[in-house]
Design a protein around this ligand. Sequence first.
Ligand SMILES: C[S@@+](CC[C@H](N)C(=O)[O-])C[C@H]1O[C@@H](n2cnc3c(N)ncnc32)[C@H](O)[C@@H]1O
Length: 313
Amino acid sequence: MDHSSAKYLLAGSPSEFERLRLQARVWEPEAEAMLDQIGIQAGWSCIDLGCGAMGILDPLSRRVGTSGRVIGVDNDHRQLAAARAFVQELGRNNIELVEQDAYQTDFPRGVFDFVHVRFVFAPVGRDEELLREMIALTRPGGIVAIQEPDATCWNCFPQHQAWDRLKQAILAAFEQGGGDFNAGQRTYGMLRKAGLEDVHIRAAVIALQNQHPYMRLPIQFATSLRQRILGAALLTEEELDASLAACEQLASHPETSVLTFLHTSSLGTQVALHYAPIALKHDVWMVVLTCAVAGTLLAGLWRSEGQEGWFAR
Ligand SMILES: C[S@@+](CC[C@H](N)C(=O)[O-])C[C@H]1O[C@@H](n2cnc3c(N)ncnc32)[C@H](O)[C@@H]1O
């Protein structure tokens, strides 16, 4: 299957870079709060899968310090070029940017202290595959963190038909592309089901006002998804353009306020050393099994050589 960046439903438009940078800034306090809660240590090895143009590279890099390491992975070289420029601006040398498929990386298994994904399950989907990779990369006792949206409370006030129309078209376009905008509703359950320990979830919503640029999020999404929305006849061209224009007016009106989508962060700890006895027991069983097979072979030889034959030599 081709998992190249061309398959990513929001890939590569200029409005997508702009959106990701703004989004990373808006959610940075929530990223900081989550990282504080985890207690990221200096010297840790961290990986941000699908890091895009910024991800949470900056807050991670500050926490792990010069003795630590942050790897940002993305499969879109344009996103990585934007991320490289950003890292250069920051002047950090503990961040590496790598072009790879986040769902199947080449990194060594079980060595990272912290493995993070934000806003990749929602647009791309394939939950099991991505979660399997995250868990495989995490060392015993290390932390897996997934940050994804839930559209339930995403709304503008006063409410407006154009906003609802764009929102519904965006949610449907995500679904048609194999994703699910409401991925944030599932991540807690996914981590529990995968057997991680100490699983918990936090959630945040931001009230936007005073023509905050992030109020334009539905416009940015719908612009990136234009071909998909029209191709799947989710809206006609006239409906889409009229909704975009109405939402522009809403976003620039001083009396409009907006609630962001619910931003969820689900965290879990990779099972630690108490699984070692099972591995030990497994080794013991291997020795017993090997002895049993060897014993059976020897007994067979003895029988075929005759009672006195082989052993009498
Ligand atoms: C919505 S953006 C989120 C970016 C970043 N995590 C953030 O929160 O700002 C999704 C990112 O995932 C990347 N992506 C999608 N599919 C991928 C894959 N299979 N492997 C690596 N990156 C992928 C996209 O190129 C894009 O940069």
